[in-house]
Ligand binder design. Structure first.
Ligand code: DQA
Length: 141
């Protein structure tokens, strides 16, 4: 199984950024752990601070290049129309992920433009939200 993890804006600063909310671990370290746990899964990774690059990646992987996409669109979750349009346009299923429990935070984080076009959403389990998303693809298979 081939999966693509996409991290959106500011998620390059995991481990540094607001550790009380997002934890102390950088994503590259966590990714290594994921790859060693799921040796039967090819996990590709892309981080971008730019909405259009995220759209491009969904197009690139969305027609068979990946069996699934795990997407943490960061703040674009709450603002973007182009990203959900891209998800609707492709065939590859997308699971929405958030590290923090967005529903316990500011009200503007309670609405996601992505949730209606994703297979499901995993929210609030720290970095393990990504692992749960991978598990969801293994269950679907
Ligand atoms: C986030 C939640 C978003 O509201 C926020 O803008 C982020 C990270 C999360 O993973 O908890 O950048 O997607």
């Amino acid at each position: 199984m081939n999966l693509l993890i996409i991290n959106g804006p500011n998620l390059n600063l995991l481990g540094v950024r607001e550790p009380g909310i997002y934890g102390n671990k950088g994503f590259e370290d966590y990714l290594q752990e994921l790859r060693s746990v799921y040796q039967d899964v090819t996990i590709e990774y892309l981080q971008s601070n730019h909405e259009g690059e995220i759209v491009d990646a969904i197009h690139r992987y969305g027609f068979g290049e990946a069996d699934g996409i795990v997407l943490n669109a960061g703040a674009y979750t709450h603002t973007s129309l182009a990203i959900p349009d891209a998800i609707s346009a492709v065939r590859t299923p997308v699971v929405e992920v958030h590290i923090s429990n967005v529903f316990r935070r500011e009200e503007f984080r309670h609405h996601s433009f992505l949730s209606p076009v994703c297979v499901g959403s995993i929210v609030g389990f720290g970095l393990e939200s990504y692992r749960l998303a991978i598990e969801s693809f293994r269950i679907r298979k």
